[in-house]
Design a protein around this ligand. Structure first.
Ligand code: AMP
Length: 213
């Protein structure tokens, strides 16, 4: 059995909030991801490496065993179609909400409202649960523009402070899900490297239960 652990972490907001959590476990990056071009970063622990990758790629790396552990947003995990990952700890970081939103002074919607979103699976499931027919239009960013430019009636997107919606004349219409980042674990690694992975899960759970202290 290899005693190496690779942790795949989503770039951006999640990475920024994961660094202090990992430091509490005694895992500290040696390479500075802002300066280094290396994609596999060394930590102060010889057997632990960190990948900082696109959020939507994290479940793929972990499910396929390229990384034993991952830190990914619940939004990405809900959208991901694989089902062979353990999700043992809600890390309580990068919290936000998945919301349905529309124009503040919108006219009544048509029979089959159009919805722009990056989260097509979440949106499809949400409207299927409500028995409502919608046309889902996939965008990769700036979803708020959809209703503003007449591309759609509604959007489904992450909302944190609500400032982006407000600045574009949008209001929330429904709360779809609470989102936060989760620790995910490759199923085979959970068995094969349990002696290494179990303490990480236990310590992270303890840290989160004690509110990050
Ligand atoms: P806000 O204006 O604070 O409500 O933030 C909304 C914008 O930030 C939208 O473009 C969201 O897609 C993005 N956003 C909010 N929270 C998160 C998060 N936890 N992870 C990634 N993107 C987020």
């Amino acid at each position: 059995m290899s005693d190496k652990i690779t942790i795949a972490v989503s770039k951006g907001r999640i990475y920024d909030e994961a660094v202090p959590l990992l430091a509490k476990l005694g895992i500290v990056l040696i390479d500075d991801p802002n300066k280094s071009r290396k994609l596999i970063l060394d930590t102060n622990q010889a057997n632990i490496k960190i990948l900082i990758i696109r959020a939507t790629d994290v479940p793929t790396y972990v499910e396929r065993g390229a990384a034993e552990l991952g830190i990914a947003g619940k939004d990405v995990l809900m959208e991901y179609s694989g089902d062979s990952l353990y999700e043992p700890v809600d890390l309580g970081i990068a919290k936000c909400r998945m919301m349905l939103a529309g124009l503040k002074d919108a006219k009544p919607v048509t029979d089959r409202p159009r919805v722009v979103t990056k989260y097509t699976n979440i949106t499809r499931n949400y409207f299927a649960d409500r028995g409502q027919q919608v046309e889902i239009i996939k965008l990769y960013g700036s979803m708020e523009l959809g209703p503003v430019l007449g591309l759609s009636d509604w959007i489904v997107d992450l909302v944190d402070t609500g400032n982006t919606l407000k600045a574009n004349g949008l209001v929330t219409l429904d709360h779809i899900a609470d989102i936060s980042s989760r620790l995910i674990v490759n199923k085979a690694a959970m068995k094969m490297k349990n002696a290494l992975i179990k303490p990480i899960i236990t310590q992270l759970s303890d840290i989160v239960e004690n509110n990050g202290s």
